[in-house]
Design a protein around this ligand. Structure first.
Ligand SMILES: Nc1ncnc2c1ncn2[C@@H]1O[C@H](COP(=O)(O)OP(=O)(O)OP(=O)(O)O)[C@@H](O)[C@H]1O
Ligand SMILES: [Mg+2]
Length: 258
């Protein structure tokens, strides 16, 4: 199920403002890729171009190519909705549907996929909650509202919702920034487990987290305010954190700026 993403020459705009310029990279399947860099350098924007969420914003557009196992996600024949199903997303703030039960939250995406029987839905809900390391904590209260869970549980619920539709890629934009350290470690453990099955991309401001969880890291930066963000360097995380090629990467990683 896990797939490779190849990006070449990607620019992303908000109206006339170019937010990122000429990004090219390969994101490998069955691995975790981290995006790091200072605020405003376009990490979230780039992440949203990977599943065609960027163009949802009025005036926003993309140039360049994104290939999922060789298939052009921006080809005229491709439906953005099907791209978003193949490439799921988890956001910074856990955003369960507040009035829906835990069960309904996980099942929500399945309904959109067409007819699924009650028995099949039950099985997928259980499997997804197990996959998100949440089943044991919620199995006795599946019909209670998702909003009644702790922040860390809500984020795992959102991950369960995302994996229920069996995406090939999981994009996570600062998924732990609203969580306490224990919940953060629970999500990191979960990511390590999920990478056997999914291609995972995570945006994080936490350098320790990038170093702990990711296999490869891309460092984004802006030449100056108002200029578009670019990828300065991308490599194996172990090398990026011990022996980066670029001074800007080293300065950022060691906390000298950003
Ligand atoms: N909806 C939007 N409309 C217009 N401009 C936007 C929009 N979202 C982001 N931008 C601009 O695009 C640039 C990149 O923003 P983006 O949110 O991608 O950065 P980021 O690296 O994710 O930052 P952070 O680390 O703070 O989340 C910024 O100049 C930002 O102001
Ligand atoms: Mg962001």
């Amino acid at each position: 199920m896990s797939k490779q993403i190849q990006v070449s020459g990607l620019d992303a705009y908000y109206g006339s403002h170019k937010a990122i310029e000429d990004v090219s990279m390969t994101i490998e399947p069955r691995s975790i890729t981290a995006f790091i860099g200072p605020s405003g350098c376009g990490k979230s924007t780039f992440l949203r171009t990977l599943n065609r969420m960027h163009e949802v914003i009025p005036g926003a557009r993309v140039d360049g190519k994104v290939l999922l196992d060789g298939e052009d996600l921006y080809a005229g024949t491709v439906e953005p909705v099907s791209v978003r199903r193949m490439i799921g997303m988890v956001f910074q703030r856990p955003n369960p549907f507040p009035t829906m039960s835990i069960y309904e939250n996980v099942a929500a995406g399945l309904r959109l996929n067409g007819r699924v029987s009650k028995a099949q839905t039950d099985a997928i809900v259980e499997e997804s909650l197990k996959g998100a390391n949440l089943w044991n904590e919620v199995k006795d209260r599946l019909n209670k509202p998702g909003a009644g869970l702790s922040g860390g549980q809500q984020q795992r619920l959102c991950i369960a919702r995302a994996i229920a539709v069996k995406p090939q890629v999981l994009l996570m934009d600062e998924p732990c920034s609203a969580l306490d350290p224990i919940s953060t470690l629970a999500i990191e453990d979960l990511m390590a487990k999920l990478k056997d099955e999914f291609t995972i991309v995570i945006v994080t401001h936490n350098m320790q987290q990038a170093a702990r969880v990711s296999d490869r890291t891309a460092f984004f930066n802006l030449a100056e305010q108002g200029k578009p963000g670019k990828v300065i360097e991308m490599d194996e995380t172990s090398r990026m954190f011990t022996n980066p090629s670029e001074k800007a990467t080293e300065d950022y990683i060691t906390g000298r700026f950003g």
